[in-house]
Design a protein around this ligand. Sequence first.
Ligand code: E4P
Length: 255
Amino acid sequence: MAIFVDSGNIAEIQKFMKMGILRGVTTNPTILLKDGLTGGMSEIKKRTLAIAETIYPYPLSIEVTTNDKEKMLVQARQLAAWADNIVVKITIHGPDGELHNVEVIHTLEHQHNVRVNVTAMMSAQQCLLAAMAGATYVSLFCGRVNNMGYNCIDELKKTRKLLDQFNLKAKIIAASTREILNVVEWWEAGAHIVTVLPNILDGMLVHPYTKETVRQFLQDALKSEQLIVQTQVPATLKEIAPVHTGKKDVFPARL
Ligand code: E4P
């Protein structure tokens, strides 16, 4: 089980890398735009290289920006050549249900040695077919599944069972986090990986009662320090005054 962060923000990614909790990053055109990226492919390349280096050797998923079959093949191979740890995201089908995406996924994995993350999937059956086509990762958009009124937990359980039964290599990425409890509940349902929004990772760590407890510890540490200062015996007296034990040997008090 692993955590990826769903972000194109270098500072956020570095923050979680330094904590040692990240095992990968996922992005898409919407996330990159939200994280301030404009300027087309040359800017995508700069940001991608910076993220790939920051998290190396962990994988960075970056999405193609076209749904044209030939252009997707060319672009996916270009993206993958930018760094060893790049995984190319291809949606399971096009905006009008075009199915050539599945052939592209298969060709990239089997003929060009490109690792593919099949994305924007809403059901176990889509994930199964993507895995059969050879995908390295299958991304189930759990938050969006729930938004449509279905329970993504059922789809995750089914997906994991099917991948295991068919002995398929694909790893399930549970994506589209909405709530802090999603991460653990999606792992429990069978996801290999959950890709998490930065604010949700923060929310998993910070608890109001932990804050209160830490505040109490720090206040009491300060009080105890102040009490030592008030009750301290002058060092010179402590060191010089002998202890009268009634016995023959006499030791200085500080021993
Ligand atoms: C991950 O790979 C996806 O791009 C992402 O989780 C989508 O999330 P959204 O539903 O919040 O757009």
